[in-house]
Structures are given as C-alpha cells and as structure tokens.
Design a protein around this ligand. Structure first.
Ligand code: GLV
Length: 331
C-alpha cells in the first residue's frame, strides 16, 4: 500500500504531481483553512503531513495521528509545531532553512527603507490628491546611510541583512543568544556584539530576526520601546508575538519612536486594527519570502524532506534528530 500524505494548503501543482508519483496525496488546492478538528480527522490515517507556518500542529493533533511519521513545514520558523510532542511520538519534523535567507533579508531592507523614508505614507498622501506643492519640510524621514543598524537575532538571515548595510556605510550592532565567531562578525560588516539594551539605545534602525519561542515572547515591549531613540525605526520580519503590538501602537501614536515596518503580527492574519489608523507604520501581510523562486525553493525543500522521511532516509532538514524513528513501523 502506498503511504498516504496530506498537503494541508494550496501549493505549486507540479510539486503535488511529483509527490503523487509516490504517495496517495490528499491536497487542498481550494486552500480551505482547516479547523483543528478537520485537520485531526484528515491526518488520522496519514503517514506524513505537509503544512505551512499557518497550521498549528499541537500535541493533541499529533496524538490523533497514530501513523504519522513526518511533519514537513514549508517555512523556516516552526513555532507552529510542538516539536517535543512530535519527538515523543516518534514523528520527524522538518523545516525549510537557507533557501529564503536572501529574499527575507531583502524584505527587511524594503521595510526599513519604506518606514524610514515614509514611502507608503507619502504614496497614500499623493493618491489622496494632497500633493499641491513642494515644501522644504514635506515628509521628512530618517537617513539610512551612515546610520547605526541594530539586528536582534543574528542567524543566517540577520547576517545577510548586515552584509547589505556595507553599501550604506552603516555601523552594525547585534544581539543574539550566542556571539558569532570573529570571522562571521567580520563578514557581517564588522558587526559588534552588544546587550539588547545597548543596541536599543544606540541603533537608529532596529531589525528583529529572531525565532519565536516562549523566551522571545515580547522581546520588544513598552520598556524596550522606551529605550529606543525617538527617531528610530523598528522592523519586524520574524514572528508576531516577538513585539508587544499594543505597546508598539502606543509608542508609534505618541511618536516615542519614529516609525515601524511590520511583516508579522500577533494573531495574524487578524492583526490589531489600531495599526490601520497610524501613518508612521508600514504594514505587509507576512510576505518576507514571497518571490516566485524562493517560494518554489521552499515548496521543493519541504517536498524533498517529506520524500526522504517516508523513504527511510534522514531528511535534510530534520529538526529533531533525537527522534526514535523506530517508534513508527517503517512504510
Ligand atoms: C516565514 O515566516 C517562515 O518561517 O518561513
């Protein structure tokens, strides 16, 4: 009998076709958002599930799928998966690292530039017909060139963001769980390791690129925003929940910081409506990796992990190498 898999969301048709050569595939090209109960029902008899960062694989769901051998996430972040529960149940978990580093680094810069130079605010103003004359003090923003860039979370994407700052003659400060090697720091525009507090006090532009976990919940809240310069820009391309959105709204409204560029939100896609009333924030709908080549690379990476997992091989991007794969009978 061929293994059964669920592809929980719409994905490139050719990726589905390739998986269908090996597996009995249940797909969802209508892109219906399954409730947890629907997902539980669908994965009950499945050997693997291919999900995106939007599907939550809780311990309860994993327990509801006795045949499940692999959860393959089409995302680099995997805070949507209870990895400990998967490991305890003998289920492999994979993600799609590296293939999106450069595209996501580009996005951080797009948001930084747009927020600092008031690009979307200016465009809305122009479209609304307000542009009647040039003014010496019209839409003044913050300089990016020559400024100090602070990066919180200095993994591969953070380092790619830092390297792009060389062309802007910027100084780079970073904060991370662990310090980079001197070679990595040199390669990241001579990035200097500092405490989170020093970074927030000194940086003109702060970019958040750290993974979400209970430890990183509200890494930026009211006390941290209070440390930032009144002209500073805050960019979040990491995950909702790393920033306390209510505190950020209050800080933007009171101009305690200059501007923000946000690609991720608490409770997205149902983000806080008060953001919409603020002109000093650039809002995008979680599109950090959204280019055709990168989304394809992610889709293919997730598929390759799934094929390996169900072929008795170690998937290239296995997140829980300690998993006892013998807990599951082989396919
Ligand atoms: C996107 O947010 C990802 O984690 O890939």
């Amino acid at each position: 009998m061929r293994p059964k898999i669920l592809i929980a969301r719409a994905v490139f048709p050719d990726v589905i076709a390739r998986l269908a050569e090996r597996f009995d595939v249940e797909s969802n090209q209508d892109d219906h958002i399954h409730s947890a109960a629907e997902l539980a029902e669908k994965i009950r008899d499945k050997d693997a599930v291919y999900i995106t960062g939007s599907e939550r694989m809780s311990a309860e769901l994993i327990a509801a799928a006795p045949r499940l051998k692999a959860i393959c996430n089409m995302a680099v972040g995997y805070n949507n998966i209870d990895v400990d529960a998967a490991t305890a149940a003998g289920v492999m978990v994979t993600n799609t690292p590296d293939v999106l580093n450069q595209t996501t680094a580009d996005m951080a810069w797009a948001l930084l530039m747009a927020a600092a130079r008031r690009i979307t605010e200016s465009e809305h103003w122009l479209r609304a017909g307000h542009w009647k004359k040039w003014r010496y003090d019209g839409m003044l923003g913050a300089d990016v060139h020559g400024a100090t860039l602070g990066i919180i979370g200095m993994g591969r994407i953070g380092q790619a963001i830092a390297r792009r700052s060389i062309g802007f003659d910027m100084q780079v400060l970073y904060h991370n769980r662990s310090r980079l090697t001197p070679e990595q720091e040199a390669h990241a525009n001579d990035a200097r390791y500092v405490s989170k507090e020093d970074l927030l006090r000194q940086a003109d532009h702060v970019v958040l690129v750290l993974p979400y976990s209970p430890q990183s919940h509200h890494t930026i809240g009211a006390p941290e925003l209070a440390l930032m310069k009144p002209t500073a820009t805050l960019v979040n391309i990491a995950r909702g929940g790393i920033v306390d959105d209510v505190a950020l709204i209050a800080a933007l409204r009171a101009h305690r910081i200059g501007a923000a560029g946000l690609d991720v939100f608490e409770n997205e896609p149902a983000f806080h409506p008060d953001f919409l009333g603020l002109s000093n924030v650039v809002l995008t709908p979680h599109i950090g990796s959204a280019t055709e080549p990168t989304r394809r690379a992610m889709a293919e990476c997730a598929a390759a992990n799934l094929v390996a997992a169900l072929s008795g091989e170690i998937p290239p991007n296995l997140l829980n190498p300690g998993v006892d794969r013998n807990l599951k009978r082989s396919t």
